[in-house]
Design a protein around this ligand. Sequence first.
Ligand SMILES: Nc1nc2c(c(=O)[nH]1)N[C@H]1C(S)=C(S)[C@@H](COP(=O)(O)O)O[C@H]1N2
Ligand SMILES: [Mo]
Length: 522
Amino acid sequence: MTPTRSRAQDVPAAVAGISAAVLGAGLGELAAAVIAPAASPFAVIGGGMIDIAPSWAKDLAISLFGTGDKLALLVGIAVLLLVVAGAAGVVEHRKAPWGRVVFGALGVVGAIVAMTRADAGTLSPVPSLVAGAAAAVVAALLVARLRRPPVAAAPATGEAPAAAPADGPTRRGVLALSGVAVLAGALAALGSVALSGGARAVTAVRSALRLPTPVTTTAVPAAAELGIDGLAPVLTPSADFYRIDTALVVPQVDPATWSLRVHGLVEQEVVLRWDDLVALPQKETVATLVCVSNGVGGSLIGTARWLGVPLRDILARARPTAEADMVLSRSIDGFTASSPIEALTDERDALLAIGMNGEPLPIEHGFPVRMVVPGLYGYVSATKWVTELEVTRYADDEGYWTSRGWSARGPVKLASRIDVPRAGARVPVGDAVIAGVAWQTHVGVAGVEVQIDDGAWQPATLATAISSDTWVQWSLPWNATGGDHTVRCRAISADGQTQTPNVAAPAPDGATGWDELTVSVT
Ligand SMILES: Nc1nc2c(c(=O)[nH]1)N[C@H]1C(S)=C(S)[C@@H](COP(=O)(O)O)O[C@H]1N2
Ligand SMILES: [Mo]
């Protein structure tokens, strides 16, 4: 080992590797923003990781970070990348050109993943290749400088060059250049944000849209809202509506280019464009959407007004054949959901929705078109950014989550939640109220019972239900006595079932068990 490659230079070599990675990543994001927004290196690597991650890892991510799971993933990828980049810098210094090779290989892996994404185009590999190549070149240049003897110390004779002192001008020069690379990378990343033109264009199209007037609407009775402080409002504002999907970058779909293809086991293949869809008779309904990952007492549930065309009208045009028992809906980003065909063709308001709470669908909730099916968990029914309905059979195909171990059919289970008081709250002695929501969408809720400590189950008062497709609020007055109390609730469905106390995890087909909390009355 020559003295110039001593360990003393490991730190600047690692810094050089990290700054090369920052510059490469920034340039990769910038390239993506300009030529292929869906192929941002971070988005494709993260998307690939989401698709290959085992379900337990996803459950863990959702339980740890909730709807911040995607941000957590991106931060995790960034940290991992910086660690690998630091190591690659050291390797480049000790065993050139292997550090460069690591950066190049990362770029190639990103490019391959980008090409395998559902929304890949011809330019998809380019951003990752740009990132890898830029990082490799910058790392090589910076690390090579570390080996250069300081100009002033250049040997006059033919001896081996003297080692650069650990804090000599060479090291300082490399650190300064690394700083410049990091700054340039950060500027490129900022530029990529400013340039994400696709997102701005679709946002503008969405704001300019006028929704058609519905032919029928669902009334929301005033008595559906109990108006209790801390109780989830019966209609969830769009801004507060939970969001769950596998999309790291929200798909940007322009209605002008959107189309829906209905094919498979049908007598007549149908292609519907935006203008065709808005010309059809629209229905406005109110429905509760709930995620199969919603744990007991969880908040992955919301209720909205949805505007759209009944899916049975769309399917009727294609005339499914008798052997079909499933519709596999597909999103522009490759997500698929397997819905039982009867849930899309029976009397229920299963919608191909274009509106949410009186506005076009928010982009993250599926703009311009999504599905909403009362009675089924979102993962088997609520496809956002939907572009394809394939009429098929459960024996022949499966949805995104089914291939990852979740059940093929996902009817919503009977559940109830306590919103008031909050768990761990301090309640003053005297008149209090216990309140919450209960649901089994498309079945309906007939009652809710509350138990305090080991007392008798007491019937709560139900608010007026909007319909059997929505959750219902409930409340019970409580004369709170001093001390710690356990409060639990259970629902009774419109078909006479009592919510089971048996505890089940969300996987594979939805959580069960009673919601329970402890409050101290003082
Ligand atoms: N394209 C697409 N649609 C999707 C998903 C997805 O990952 N991608 N997730 C589904 C799941 S699991 C749920 S619970 C609902 C959530 O809809 P929301 O985000 O509008 O609340 O969307 C469904 N539709
Ligand atoms: Mo979900």
